[in-house]
Design a protein around this ligand. Structure first.
Ligand code: GLU
Length: 373
C-alpha cells in the first residue's frame, strides 16, 4: 500500500494541499515520499527517504508557488527505499506517480534500452513513465488520452497513475487498474487520490474511477472517459464520514489506534449489520462449507473465525492463504461461501482470489477495514 494525491488548484497552494493530503495517507505505510510541483509552468521534483516530515524540511527551504502538484508515499516493491527510487519519476515530457506493480517491466525496460532510453532508478514505475514518454514522442497524435491508452494496453499488473505532461502542466491525467484511485471535487480545485480520507478535510465530493477509466483533471473541470475514451457522466458521491476518523488522534501509531478502537468498531458493526434480519444478505445455514481466504494477519484472524464457525454453526471451514488459493484447482460448489479478509481491501492476492471465487459462482463475503466506497 502506498499513497497518491494530486491537486489542480485555482490558487497557488497546490503543494501545501498535496502535502496535507499525503499526511492523511500516512496510515497506509510507506518508506519514502515525493512531490512534483508545477511552478510557473515548470515541473519540479522534490523527494526524500523516510518520513513525510523529511520531505517537508526540504520543501520549507524553498519558496514554492504551485498551481498543480502530484505527491506520493512509496512502499518499495522494485528497488530499495531511496531518494532515487522515490516517486514522482520524470522521463522526457512525462512526470508520474504510481501505486502498484508493472509485472512486465523487465520486458519493457529491455525494449526501451534498445531504443537508447537510459534509467536512473531500479523501479518498475520509471519504466512505465519512460514507456508513456516513448509512445508520446514517437506518436504524431499528441492526444494525451490516446497516448495513455496505447501505453496502458502494454502494462501487465496493477496501477493507479497520476500523470502530468510538460506541455500541459496544469492538467492531471489519471487512470487505474487493480489499485484504487478516486477523483475529488472542490470549488477551489480538483483532486486525484488513493482514497477519500486523503481529501476529506478539503471536500466530501468524489467520483470513483473504475478499472480502465481515465480522468482529465484541471482546477476548473473534471472529465471522465471510459476505456474507449468516450466521455462519460459519473455519479458524484458524497462522503458522510468524519475526517478525524482517519487521523492518529493522539495515538503513537495507527496499529495502536486500531487495537484500542476495537470495542468501538465491534459495537458499530453490530449496530449497523445486526439491526435487520438479513445480516449482510448471507444466511449462513444455506452453506455447506466456508472457505476463508486471506493473507498475513488477516489469515490468522481467519483461523480464529474457523473455530467460531465450526463451534457455533457446525459448518466445515478451510482457511487458505490467498496467494495459493488463487492458483490452485477451485473446489467450489453452489453451497460454498467464500469469505475474503483484507485489512486494506487492496491485498492483490486476496483480490485475485475474490475474482476467481466469483467466476466459479461462489457467494463471496468480504471483510475489510477500509473506507466505505
Ligand atoms: N512498484 C512501485 C515502486 O516500487 C510502486 C510501489 C508503490 O505502490 O508504492 O516504486
Amino acid at each position: 500500500m502506498c499513497g497518491i494525491i494530486g491537486y489542480c488548484s485555482k490558487k497557488q497552494n497546490a503543494k501545501d494541499i498535496a502535502i496535507a493530503g499525503l499526511k492523511n495517507l500516512e496510515y497506509r505505510g510507506y518508506d519514502s515520499a515525493g512531490i512534483a510541483t508545477c511552478e510557473n509552468n515548470t515541473i519540479k521534483l522534490y523527494k526524500s527517504k523516510g518520513k513525510i516530515s523529511n520531505l517537508e524540511e526540504k520543501l520549507n527551504k524553498v519558496e514554492i508557488q504551485s498551481s498543480t502538484a502530484i505527491a506520493h508515499t512509496r512502499w518499495a516493491t522494485h528497488g530499495e527505499p531511496s531518494e532515487t527510487n522515490a516517486h514522482p519519476h520524470k522521463v522526457g515530457s512525462v512526470t508520474l506517480v504510481h501505486n502498484g506493480i508493472i509485472e512486465n517491466y523487465i520486458e519493457l525496460k529491455n525494449f526501451l534500452k534498445n531504443k537508447e532510453v537510459t534509467f536512473k532508478s531500479s523501479t518498475d514505475t520509471e519504466v512505465a513513465c519512460a514507456y508513456i514518454n516513448y509512445i508520446y514522442q514517437k506518436s504524431n497524435d499528441k492526444n494525451k488520452l490516446h497516448i495513455l491508452k496505447t501505453a496502458c494496453n502494454e502494462f501487465r499488473g496493477s496501477y493507479a497513475f497520476s500523470i502530468i505532461f510538460d506541455d500541459e502542466p496544469n492538467t492531471i491525467y489519471a487512470t487505474r487498474k487493480d489499485s484504487p484511485l478516486i477523483v475529488g471535487l472542490n470549488d477551489d480545485g480538483n483532486f486525484s487520490a488513493s482514497d477519500v480520507s486523503a481529501i476529506l478535510e478539503f471536500t466530501n465530493k468524489y467520483i470513483l474511477l473504475e478499472y480502465g477509466e481515465y480522468a482529465k483533471i484541471t482546477s476548473n473541470d473534471v472529465q471522465i472517459f471510459n476505456e474507449n475514451l468516450e466521455p462519460i457522466e459519473k455519479e458524484i458521491k458524497i462522503a458522510d464520514w468524519n475526517a478525524t476518523e482517519y487521523k492518529k488522534n493522539g495515538y503513537e501509531h495507527y496499529m495502536l489506534k486500531e487495537i484500542n478502537e476495537q470495542p468501538e468498531v465491534v459495537e458499530k458493526l453490530f449496530k449497523s449489520y445486526f439491526a435487520n434480519e438479513d445480516y449482510l444478505g448471507v444466511n449462513i445455514s444455506n452453506y455447506s462449507e466456508i472457505h476463508i481466504v486471506a493473507c498475513g494477519s488477516a489469515m490468522h484472524a481467519g483461523m480464529v473465525g474457523k473455530y467460531l464457525f465450526e463451534n457455533f454453526a457446525s459448518i466445515p471451514v478451510t482457511v487458505e492463504i490467498a496467494s495459493e488459493y488463487r492458483y490452485k484447482k477451485q473446489l467450489i460448489t453452489p453451497t460454498t461461501l467464500v469469505i475474503i479478509i483484507s485489512q486494506s481491501g487492496e491485498t492483490a492476492d486476496s483480490l485475485a482470489a475474490l475474482r476467481i471465487a466469483k467466476e466459479h459462482g461462489a457467494k463471496v463475503l468480504a471483510i475489510v477495514n477500509a473506507t466505505r466506497l
